[in-house]
Design a protein around this ligand. Structure first.
Ligand code: ADP
Ligand code: ADP
Length: 216
């Protein structure tokens, strides 16, 4: 099963991916996490990606697609994949479809998590991320048990440099210009399900589980 979580920055993709991969035994592939791992390790890819990420722009399609296809080739993807943050442009979606086709694979479902614009900045500017496992919290909506420490692995929680109000606004502009056309793209292809993301985390998760089960 190949699934895509689509939604604006702050819609809850990372939060919900954590639940869904457990429930359905899928590999969680977040291009944002992959880029951040490369930034942390100081790889050539990380140095390049950082220049775009820090100003809220998208990393170029050729670099992003190459990284994603390499990740998809790893054996843990055998049972299926939950893509989080990819594709973000029509060209990325086309490149993915083209890569899957010769393997007899296709995108089975796209879960579009819809959240009103005004909630997104509040979510992004309060987001805390674990430096070691990438798990996300929110200062108000889902705080960790101990301030500054990840519940799961004890890692340090930090505020991503692109989660300042100013860069978050820029990322939302980029989303509306370059990523939101994917809603129509996947609706036309009959694979998109809209999920109400403006509910508490558990309610959104329950709606998503039902939608994925409906795909079969
Ligand atoms: P969020 O969860 O807030 O939507 P991500 O962690 O998915 O953010 O992405 C962080 C940054 O990484 C993006 O702003 C962008 O610079 C880069 N990035 C992640 N995924 C992609 C992609 N598919 N194409 C281009 N750039 C990407
Ligand atoms: P995305 O991956 O789409 O950028 P995240 O899953 O990282 O989004 O969530 C963004 C922020 O919003 C995080 O701080 C997270 O704790 C919080 N959040 C996620 N889902 C909800 C929800 N349903 N209600 C309130 N806050 C949420």
């Amino acid at each position: 099963m190949y699934l895509i979580l689509l939604g604006a920055p702050g819609a809850g993709k990372g939060t919900q991916a954590a639940t869904l991969v457990k429930e359905f035994g899928l590999a969680h592939i977040s291009t944002g996490d992959l880029f951040r791992e490369n930034v942390a390790k100081g790889t050539e890819l990380g140095l390049l990606a950082k220049q775009y990420m820090d100003r809220g722009a998208l990393v170029p399609d050729d670099v992003t697609v190459r990284m994603l296809l390499e990740r998809l080739a790893r054996p843990d993807t055998a049972k299926g994949v939950m893509l989080d943050g990819f594709p973000r442009t029509i060209d990325q979606a086309e490149a993915l479809a083209k890569a899957l086709q010769p393997q007899g694979k296709k995108i089975d479902g796209v879960m579009y998590i819809k959240v009103p614009n005004e909630a997104l900045i509040t979510r992004l500017s309060g987001r805390l991320t674990c430096r070691t496992c990438g798990m996300v919290y929110h200062v108000k909506f889902s705080p960790p048990k101990v301030s500054g420490v990840c519940d799961k692995d004890g890692g340090e929680l930090f505020t991503r440099p692109d989660d300042t109000v100013e860069t978050a606004k820029k990322r939302l502009d980029v989303y509306f210009a370059q990523t939101s056309p994917l809603i129509e793209y996947y609706t036309t292809r009959g694979v998109l399900t809209e999920i109400n993301g403006d509910q508490d985390v558990d309610a959104v998760g329950a709606e998503l589980v039902k939608a994925v089960e409906a795909i079969g």
